[in-house]
Design a protein around this ligand. Sequence first.
Ligand code: NAI
Length: 783
Amino acid sequence: MSIKEILKSMEYGPAPEDSSVVQGWLDAHADGFGHFINGVFTAPGPGFEVHNPATGGVIACVTQGTTADVDAAVHAARKAQANWAKLSGHARARHLYAIARHVQQHARFLAVLESIDNGKPIRETRDIDVPLVARHFYHHAGWAEIAADELPGYAAHGVCGQVIPWNFPLLMLAWKIAPALAAGNTVVLKPAEYTPLTALAFAQVCAEAGLPAGVINIVTGDGATGAAITGHKGVDKVAFTGSTEVGKTIRRQIAGSGKALTLELGGKSPFVVFADADLDAAVEGVVDAIWFNQGQVCCAGARILVAEAVAARFESLLKARMAVLRVGDPLDKCTDMGAIVHPVQLDRIRALVAQGVAQGAVLHQGDAPEGCFYPPTIVTNVQPANVLSTEEIFGPVVTMTTFRSPTDAVELANNTRYGLAASIWSENVNLCLDIAAQVKAGVVWINCTNVFDAGAGFGGYRESGFGREGGREGMMAYLRRPAPTGTPAELPELQATPHGGGADAAIDRTAKLFVGGKQARPDSGYAYAVAGRKGAAGLAGLGNRKDIRNAVEAAGKVSGWASATGHNRAQVLYYLAENLSARANEFAARLESFGTKGATARAEVETAIRRCFWYAAQADKFDGAVHHTKSAHVTLAMPEPLGVMGVVCPTGVPLLGFISLVLPAIAMGNTVVAVPSQVHPLAATDLYQVLETSDIPAGVVNIITGPRDILAKTLAEHDGVAGMWYVGGRDGGAMVEVESAGNLKQTWTEFDGARDWSGADGQGRAFLHRATQIKNIWVPYGA
Ligand code: NAI
C-alpha cells in the first residue's frame, strides 16, 4: 500500500511486536516445565498443554502438581520461612527491590509472554500489567523496610498458600507475593492452568535476582492442585483470587483450621452515568471498563446505568466508539481487544448471552475475527432479572439500563450479590461523592475506571470477598498478632422451663429477649434456669431461630446509625457509660450472684465502664486515609461498618465480654444481634434498661439469650448478617466459618477462655478493624 493510499483510508497497518526472544525461551523448554521448588526447577512431569488462545497453537507443556509436589513446596517454604522472617526489614526490602529491578529489565519479555499465554493485547501487558507488577514490588520493598516501625507488634503468618486466576496472571502473582514477602512470609503459589507461564518466568527472575531458596515456590496444576495447597496442614494463610464459587469452596474447606483467609472474588460492577456527565469521557470510560482485557476483569464495569435524559445520545456515542475497536492479534500494537483466554470461556460467554437473548435482551455488537475472539457487545432491553444483569459474564459484554433519579441509580447499582467496584460519572463531584458513599463496593472510581495502584487497597464487599490487596490494608492481611490460645470451656446442658413460670420460689423474674428496642418474650415460650452462687440466679429466655431472625430483621431496619456522625455515636456511648456507672453497684451485685468475688466483680464493672469511654473516644477518631497513588488523584480510604453483625460473647466475664465486643461494633456504625454468655446471661439482660435510657436507637443492639451454638448457627447462616464474631468452642468456630460461606460474611472466631478480657488484649484498634471494611474512592482532579 502506498503512503497516498494509506492517507486516503487512514487504515492502520499491522504493527507486530517481536516475539522471537520469547519464542526462543519456549523452544528451550520444549520438553516441558517443572515446578519451581526450593530455588530450583523440578524435572517436568505428566501434565497438560498450554495454548496461545489467539492461534490455538500449543506453546508449552506444564506439570500437573501432585500432593507430593505440594508437600515438597510447603516443606521448602516452611524451612525457608524462619530465616526469611529473621532477616532485617532492610534486607528483605533489598530483595524485593532487586525483584522490581529485574522485572523492569525483563519487562518486554514478560509483556510478550503474557500476551501469548493469555491473549491480552500487548498494549495492555506492556503499559499496564508489567509496570504495575514492578510498582507493586517497589511499593512493598518499602513496606519491608518500615513494617516494624509502622506496624509494630505484628508477625508474619508463616507459609502462605496462594491461588490465582488467569485474567491478570503476572499482576495477580505480584499482588499476592509482594506483600507476603514484605511481611516475612514465604509462599507456595499456583497460577491458573490456562496461564502458568509468566509465573514460571517470574520464578526464574527471582532466582536470577538472588532470592533465597524456598522463599517462593511455584506449583502448576489445576483446581485439585489448588485445593491441595489451600487445604495443606503446613499452610498458615490462604489468599485466593478467582470465582465466587471456588472462594466459597475454599472458605468451607479450611473452616476451623485456624488458617487466615482473604478472598478476592467476582463482581458485576455498576457504571453509573448521570445526565451532567462528560459523555465523551464516559464513553472512553466504558472502553476501559468492559473492553479492557476482553472484559475478563473482576471489577469490570459490566452494568451501565445511564440517566434516562441522556441515554439515547450516550448509546449512539458508545455504538460509534464500539464500531472502531480493533479486535484481533494480541501481539499487534494497534489491537484494542485480544483473544478470550480459552475456548471454554468463549463457550461460557456465548451460552450466557444466548440465555440472555432468550430472556428478551437485544444485542449490539462490533466485529471480531474467527477463532477464540468475542466481539465487543452492548446489551439493551435487559431486565434486572435477566441472566446478563445478574451473572458475571467475564467477557466484553455490557448491559445498559436507564434510571430517573439518583435514588433509583443507587438502588439499581446495589441490586447485586456482589460488591467489588463501581464507577460514577458526573461533573458534579458532590453528587459523585454522595453516590460513592451509598454504593456497596470496595472500590469506587469517580470519573475514571479500572485505575489501580499498589498504594491503595483493592477488594470487595458482600460476595466479592473480604480482605484487601495493596497499601497498608493489604499488608495487614499478611501480618498477625499472636492469637490467644487455650482449651475452650465446656458449656453445661440447658434445662428448658416455661417462660415466666418461676419453678423455684427463689427466682424473682424471668428475663426476656431484647429485639428492636423492646423486651420480647421468646418465640419458644420457654426459659432456662441460670445457675448462681446459691442455686438458681434466675431464668433467661430460651431464644430460637425465629428470635434470631426477628432480631436480624430489626437490626437491618435501623436507619441513620451508620450515617450518624462519629460525634453522635460517641455521645450515645458516653451516655451508656454514664448510665452503667450510675448502676455500677447493681451490676457488681449481679456478678457476685454468679459467684464472682466482690472485688473482681467491681473491677469487671469498672473496666466495662472504661471500655465504653474508650470506644466512645474512638467513634470519631478511627479515621481513614488519603493514599498517595497516581498524580492528580486523591484516593480516599474510608472505613465503613459491615452492616448487621452477629456477636457471640464469651462465657466467663459476662458483662465485660459483652461490652468488649458489642461496643466496638456499634461505635463503628454497625448494628448488632448479640448472644450473651449462655451461662451468665443476666449480666447482659440487666443492660436492657441501660440501653433504653442511653439514646441507643431501637434495633442497634438486640440481645437473644439461649443455646449459644444453635443461635450462632442461625446467625452464621443468615444472609442479612454481614459479619460474625464468635467466642466459643472449637467445633462451634468451625461451624460458624462453614455456615458463613453462604454470603461470605467476614468472620472472627476465637476459643472461649483464651483471651484475658480484663487486660489490654480485651480492647483496641484490632476490634475496630474487624468491625469495618475499607472503601477506596478514587477522585481525579484537574481544571
Ligand atoms: P476458578 O475460580 O475456577 O479458577 C481460579 C483459580 O482457582 C485457578 O488457579 C484454579 O485452578 C483454582 N481452583 C479451582 N478450583 C479450586 C479449588 N477447589 N481449590 C483451590 N483452587 C482452585 O475460575 P475459572 O474456572 O478459571 O473461571 C470460571 C469463572 O470464574 C469465570 O468465567 C469468571 O466468571 C470467574 N472468574 C473470576 C475471576 C475474578 O478475578 N473475579 C478470575 C477468574 C475467574
